[in-house]
Design a protein around this ligand. Structure first.
Ligand SMILES: Cc1cc2nc3c(=O)[nH]c(=O)nc-3n(C[C@H](O)[C@H](O)[C@H](O)COP(=O)(O)OP(=O)(O)OC[C@H]3O[C@@H](n4cnc5c(N)ncnc54)[C@H](O)[C@@H]3O)c2cc1C
Length: 474
């Protein structure tokens, strides 16, 4: 059995009507793209983004209208697959699959991350230790290439090179307009058990111990307070147990410290981190009960907080206030990095000493099988931990007089993280600021493999390359 539904909130349509509508929108978009004069920059016209680079493009930009490409075309219950438009948010995707008792293999935590964004920009969540990253459950995708061709890329066949290089290409090899993905069955609830550990070594060992569970992630509150959160699908909560709701007055990350066993509906589990943007909503006072009561529930969402941060970055409001108050300016340190699991304690020790942001999110991951992905070189059969930290640090923290006089002081902590990741044989995802010089960047992200695919699909250089895009704010 299958259903078709092209847009969130629109009535279900027949399978063929949904496909016809999708094909019509794609034909319009391809035509619009081909009409853009050479030399003009093109961007996807999207209402939301989860990138953390706020640089304005220096050249004229045409925004492609993607409004008709944000839905689910079809969910097929028998084959456990979904055909999804490239700009569909995970919020809408999950809303379309859960009624069938299914979910994508990996659902990134933030509601407005789109399937196309997660496939081209990498995504991760607490199923990644079993199922890898979102691009690993893509069966095929239709891609509008920079040269203006519409091709279908899959693991084998004529465009297998594009399929492989798409992950971590950030739209520089084309736009995914339709993506067919695998789905997995769900149960009604997730039972969570939060295990507390004093040392990073103990927490690291535990991440390996729960590898047979459904969900696994961790949170570091301080160098001596680590939690490993294990999730298991269940049909019913334990007798007498409550089913928690963290979209109200309670804040999910605080519950780790107070409720060792907890239950959420599967829907609420998937979005547990979105309501307070992990813990980042505290910067807006949303976790103070008096403010939380007044902050409308529909605005307790990651995309609302991100918009506020984007405004602050554009006008440098917080740093202006800090300067006026005689306080040091702050450097935003917003990054997710992958560290080989065995080296996590080393990473955390240096991170606590030199950066000092808490809490820190831990998410174990491993490639699904033998297959590797050229632009994000991870070893198969090797466990990694994604470490996420999203806050700001006074630029004077630990700085000498000489360093304070150096203009690169403003990126010191981000550059420290890049060095540390390199020393520990890790990788850094590219959704936020990047400070590698060009030669080092291409060495880390397989410039040779990238160039071959870029030349094939963008022979005239219509779209900036990956380094220019993520390193230069293009
Ligand atoms: C604070 C913070 C925490 C984060 N935490 C997580 C996390 O825990 N888990 C996780 O998975 N991710 C996380 N991310 C990263 C996020 O998944 C990536 O930034 C992702 O690429 C964003 O997807 P988006 O759909 O919002 O795309 P956008 O932000 O709109 O775009 C991202 C890039 O992808 C390109 N792109 C978008 N759609 C397409 C498409 N259809 N085809 C080709 N290219 C496309 C855009 O051109 C752009 O370069 C986090 C980001 C932040 C800022």
């Amino acid at each position: 059995m299958s259903t078709a539904q092209i847009g969130a909130g629109t009535p279900p349509e027949t399978r063929s009507a949904a496909r016809r509508r999708h094909d019509g929108v794609v034909a319009g978009l391809v035509k619009a793209y081909r009409e853009v004069p050479a030399g003009t920059r093109v961007r996807l016209g999207k209402r939301t983004s989860n990138l953390f680079r706020f640089g304005a493009p220096t050249t004229e930009v045409v925004h492609l209208d993607t409004a008709g490409l944000a839905g689910v075309i079809e969910v097929d219950r028998e084959s456990r697959t979904a055909d999804v438009q490239g700009m569909c948010t995970y919020e809408d995707l999950v809303a379309a699959t859960l009624p069938h008792g299914l979910m994508p293999l990996v659902v990134p935590q933030l509601k407005t991350i789109t399937l196309g964004g997660a496939v081209t920009g990498l995504g991760i969540e607490s199923t990644s230790f079993r199922h890898g990253l979102p691009h690993e459950s893509v069966l095929e995708m239709d891609v509008l290439t920079p040269a203006g061709e519409l091709v279908t890329a899959a693991a084998t066949g004529e465009h297998a090179d594009l399929y492989a290089a798409f992950a971590n290409s950030y739209g520089t090899l084309g736009y995914a307009l339709r993506i067919r993905i695998e789905l997995q069955p769900v149960k009604k609830y997730v039972r969570l058990t939060h295990h507390r550990f004093r040392t990073a070594e103990e927490a690291t060992e535990a991440l390996g111990r729960f590898a047979d569970q459904d969900f696994l992630d961790g949170t570091v509150f301080s160098p001596t307070e680590h939690y490993v959160s294990v999730g298991e699908f269940v049909d019913e909560p334990l007798p007498g147990a409550r089913v928690s709701d963290y979209t109200g007055m309670d804040v999910f990350y605080r519950s780790l410290q107070t409720r060792p066993v907890d239950h959420l509906t599967t829907h609420d589990y998937l979005w547990r981190w979105d309501t307070d943007w992990f813990w980042c909503s505290r910067a807006f006072g949303v976790q103070v009960p008096a403010v939380r009561r007044l902050w409308p529930k529909r605005y307790r969402r990651s995309d609302v907080y991100r918009r506020l941060v984007a405004l602050d970055q554009r006008y440098q409001a917080s740093n202006t206030v800090r300067r006026r108050l005689g306080q040091p300016e702050e450097e935003m340190v917003i990054q997710d990095v992958e560290i080989p699991t065995g080296r996590l304690p080393e990473f955390l020790a240096e991170f606590h000493e030199h950066v000092g942001i808490t809490p820190v999110w831990l998410c174990p991951l491993q490639l699904r099988g033998e297959r590797t992905w050229p632009l994000y070189p991870m070893e198969p059969h090797t466990p990694y931990v994604n470490v996420g930290f999203w806050s700001s640090v006074p630029i004077t923290r630990g700085a000498t007089e000489e360093e304070l006089a150096d203009p690169t002081i403003r990126t010191k902590h981000n550059r420290f993280v890049e060095d540390l990741v390199a020393r520990l044989d890790g990788h850094k995802s590219l959704y936020s600021t990047v400070h590698y010089d060009e030669a080092e960047f291409w060495e880390r992200y397989n410039g040779a493999a990238y160039r071959a695919v870029k030349e094939r699909y963008d022979p005239e250089g219509r779209v900036p390359d990956l380094y220019t895009k993520v390193g230069g704010g293009a």
